[in-house]
Design a protein around this ligand. Structure first.
Ligand SMILES: Cc1ncc(COP(=O)(O)O)c(C=O)c1O
Length: 395
């Protein structure tokens, strides 16, 4: 089988690399030289593992969901990232990156956020480590995820609403990069997904790989074999999916299913199904699939879920999809909403809208009764309650 991990130049096949303005070259290069020696050092591993255990609450359970399994005719395990401190997988990455920032002598942290989960996770670790925190968030997302804005402010972060473009994740990322260009020496940019210039996609995937490391151990104990037949995760930029598949990408016994946001339908012009609609291009420092017009202008993505409406995709996933190593399904808003209500009623778990897209994939696949399926519930639904309540009124 092909090797689907990053190569020494920061590419996954033809995707990835580091396309940055000259002013940022020095800090991206500094990070590239330092991230592996830091991550692989004993002192980092001890501190990272200790915080994941005692602060985040890891390992997250691998829960065999009986009624959901019966509904889809196979054995479905849910990897419960929703039970992490701050309510999503994002904290695995922010803990890791703040430890890296500290070791690189940086004091000021910036971040972008869509759903607000990465912003909250960043503000949380900044409070923990006593660092200054600035978060950029599109104004549309500030409005639809306002509880998370209030949490970030309570944690001591400054949140800047961004009013360019359609005022969502892409625009917040543009603004964070602009800030970084103005403060290249003292500022560390904690990117929240497997996007951005190399080494970010690989660094974030490694920090999130604790998810698949745990799946391996938990499946061994619970199923008597350390691999599933299917891994299913939603993809915005791709970090919970990258963490879920990390130790299995080169194992062809394991089928990988990625659920992207179809929005109102991939042919409606209101979609965020980047892998299916995108063409090769460069966004935020990385060569990947990008939703763009004929003349290369980035097209505004749309999804009901603030964490999935990004017009690019992590280069690792662009490569898996192009080589047909992963099956990519577009899950529309209504399918995700139905899947969220189904999980809630069958298992008593209210998922984040993003995770509901992964759940929406179940109905599009055909399983055998003996199939072992692991689906990552990337976050909890607290932040999406207003959307769910509105949906209940319309039902
Ligand atoms: C709960 C949750 N799941 C998934 C995502 C999508 O991000 P990624 O694809 O990096 O996992 C987000 C992004 O905000 C999120 O909050």
């Amino acid at each position: 089988m092909k090797d689907y991990q990053v190569n020494d130049d920061g590419y996954y096949g033809e995707f990835g690399g580091a396309y940055v303005p000259e002013i940022l070259y020095g800090c991206v290069e500094e990070l590239r030289k330092n991230y592996l020696p830091i991550i692989q050092s004993e002192s980092f591993k001890n501190e990272f593992d200790g915080l994941l255990r005692d602060y985040v609450g890891r390992p997250s359970p691998l829960y065999l969901a009986p009624r959901l399994s019966e509904r889809y005719g196979c054995r479905i395990y849910l990897k419960r990232e929703d039970l992490n401190h701050t309510g999503a997988h994002k904290i695995n990455n922010t803990i890791g990156q703040i430890l890296i920032a500290k070791r690189m002598g940086k004091r000021r942290i910036i971040a972008e956020t869509g759903a607000g989960q990465h912003g909250v996770a960043t503000a949380t670790v900044c409070a923990l480590m006593n660092m200054e925190c600035v978060v950029y968030m599109g104004k549309t997302d500030v409005e639809r995820q306002h509880i998370n804005v209030q949490k970030m402010e309570m944690l001591g972060a400054t949140v800047y609403p961004v009013t360019s473009g359609n005022m969502t994740l892409k625009d917040a990322t543009n603004e964070a990069i602009r800030d970084w260009c103005c403060h290249p020496s003292d500022t560390y940019y904690i990117i929240g997904s497997t996007v951005g210039p190399h080494p970010y996609p690989d660094m974030v995937a490694r920090l999130q790989s604790v998810i698949s490391e745990e799946i391996r151990k938990q499946l061994s104990l619970q199923e008597g074999r350390d691999y599933p037949d299917y891994l299913i995760a939603c993809v915005g930029g791709g970090s919970n999916a990258a963490g879920t598949i990390y130790h299995y990408v080169n194992d062809d016994r394991v089928k990988i299913v990625l659920a992207e946001a179809g929005g109102k339908g991939i042919d409606t012009g209101m979609s965020a199904a980047t892998i299916q609609l995108g063409k090769i291009g460069i966004i935020h420092g990385s060569k990947t699939l990008v939703m763009q017009s004929q003349d290369g202008q980035i097209e505004e993505p749309y999804s009901i879920s603030a964490g999935l409406d990004y017009p690019g995709i992590g280069p690792i996933h662009a490569n898996l999809a192009t080589n047909k190593r992963a099956t990519v399904l577009a899950i529309n808003d209504d399918e995700a909403l139905n899947a969220a209500f189904e999980l809630t009623r069958l298992e008593g778990i209210i998922p984040a809208l993003e995770s509901a897209h992964a759940l929406g994939a179940l109905g599009k696949l055909r399983f055998r009764p003996e199939d072992v399926v692991v689906l990552t519930v990337s976050g909890r639904g607290d932040k999406d309650m207003e959307t769910y309540i509105r949906e209940m009124k319309n039902k």
